[in-house]
Write a protein that binds this ligand. Sequence first.
Ligand SMILES: [Zn+2]
Length: 215
Amino acid sequence: MRFELEPHHRDTPDDTLIADLRRVAVESGSSSVTIDQYNDRGRYHATTLTRRFGSWFKALELAGLPKTRNLNIPDEALFENLVEVWTKLGTQPKYNQLTKDVSQYSSGTYEKRFGTWRRALEAFVSWANEGVAPLVDAIPSNTIRRTARTANWRQRAIVLMRDGATCRLCGASPQSGARLHVDHIIPWSLGGETVIENLQILCEQCNVGKSNIQV
Ligand SMILES: [Zn+2]
């Protein structure tokens, strides 16, 4: 058996390890924590916990969390998170920009799933492109309400990439502190459809200003 040093965490109290495990559960917003998730977000390595408590399940039990082997995050959730990150950053997210305050998942999670960060972004773009159809023309014109009121994640992604994550009216971006919204050019209430041709990025201020004029 190989001997491995564990110099820094040997003296860490059990309570501290368990508290950190609970923190990761809360921060990742999931009911339990997988070893991968813990290694992404935890202050220690999962091995420190499994050695201390005997197994991962035992550590979860002590933290009052349900047992989980590997909570498979669906690709969809990873892509939706990227839309959020992109909106918050206002630019195409870089590998080292997926910090806890803007992203639910770490860059490591994307790398593990897609191989490289670049491939993750490529997969994201092809996923988003699947949301481009259908065009208004393709939908029978006798249908009164033809599309959903709110843009779906794919449409949001496309519009963000097309408009460059800056307000189409005033040019504000998250870098200058703006919050971005996806807006209907022709309001949905006036028959405007939820298709990318009728969607644009507006900052919160311009969006509010616009709806005031319509009322
Ligand atoms: Zn604006």
